[in-house]
Design a protein around this ligand. Sequence first.
Ligand code: FES
Length: 410
Amino acid sequence: MVLRLPAVIRPLRPLGVARSSAQQVRWLATPVHPVTQDSSRGPTAMVFLNMGGPSTVDEVGDFLSRLFADGDLIPLGRLQGYLGPLISNRRTPKIQKQYAAIGGGSPIRKWSEYQCAEMCKILDKISPETAPHKPYVAFRYANPLTEETYRQMLADGFGNGRGGRAVAFTQYPQYSCSTTGSSLNELWKWRQRLEGRAGPLEDGADGTIKWSVIDRWPTHPGLVEAFAQNIEAKLAEYPEERRDKVVLLFSAHSLPMTVVNRGDPYPAEVAATVHAVMKRLNFVNPWRLCWQSQVGPQPWLGPQTSDTVENYIAKGLKDLLLIPIAFTSDHIETLYELDEEVIGGSGHADTVKRVESLNGSPVFINALVELAKSHLASGITCSTQMGLRCPGCKSDRCAESKKFFAGQQL
Ligand code: FES
């Protein structure tokens, strides 16, 4: 499988990073690919990135140990190697019970594989020039892990001296260095390990997989529409005379304040999604954005979702509708934390409700298709925003991984 692409696209340089003269020489010396055009540039690997979740109770321990070992997600500094295993071992029995309570495992793999496969089926029809599209899922902390997926792609004929095109499509609509950034750093790590010396193709290309990234999509109209329709469906369950006064509580996974203060883009992008959804709903209902799933003693971004519900109920507001706004399918944070702990513990399960997650929503899958199609047609490697590191970032991993993805020549 030899990849021939029609145009030489200038790689994006991370914003704010000036080129040294040595870099400029390398830049100018970069070999130019021949301008050729085949009728199909496929196959194209479409790789969904997400954190993942344990599919069985037995996988919880491994999942947590990977999660707490990730300094991009839970920065514990030099104590990461010591505190990470300590915290994960301590939390495992409690979290196992939570997974047992939601049916014995996370549905995130099932939904991710379904969403990606459905998207690829439609793409094959509407984007024949990049067909066939092969669906892959790469999780950060659960099976299928990034390494496993990368090895599968190589076994399927991509890269490793044979070229080929892949799109890393984050399933976190709003970018955080803790989530999408961490997944991309992991993907870059395995790319270096598994394809670092892939060898040249006949046409002079280097024979590795050519990666591009859909790195954020917080206000995509299809995403906004999918959220809005699910909200409208749930609002319809409230009596008409109370419906417009139901408080919409958008809930997103929180971040440690050290990450927020480093300049992480996530809080602003989540707020952008919320505003776009409220605009689509004509700002009829009052709303707030709150944050869930804080772990450990250090300060996290608030207000916490559980406190918000408790405080509003204390103020006499009992019609509350929770909206998970930063995940694209059900997971422990919706099925256990919101449904069991927050709603179950509120004492008002009849008036405190939760909107359905996007899961198999055809409107949502159509949004994924639109995003992928326009990305494939655009020829860009990643958004301009992805090239800009956080003002407080000191991670060499971030620097190298961003340079790699932004510098891919499609
Ligand atoms: Fe944000 Fe490194 S932590 S770019």
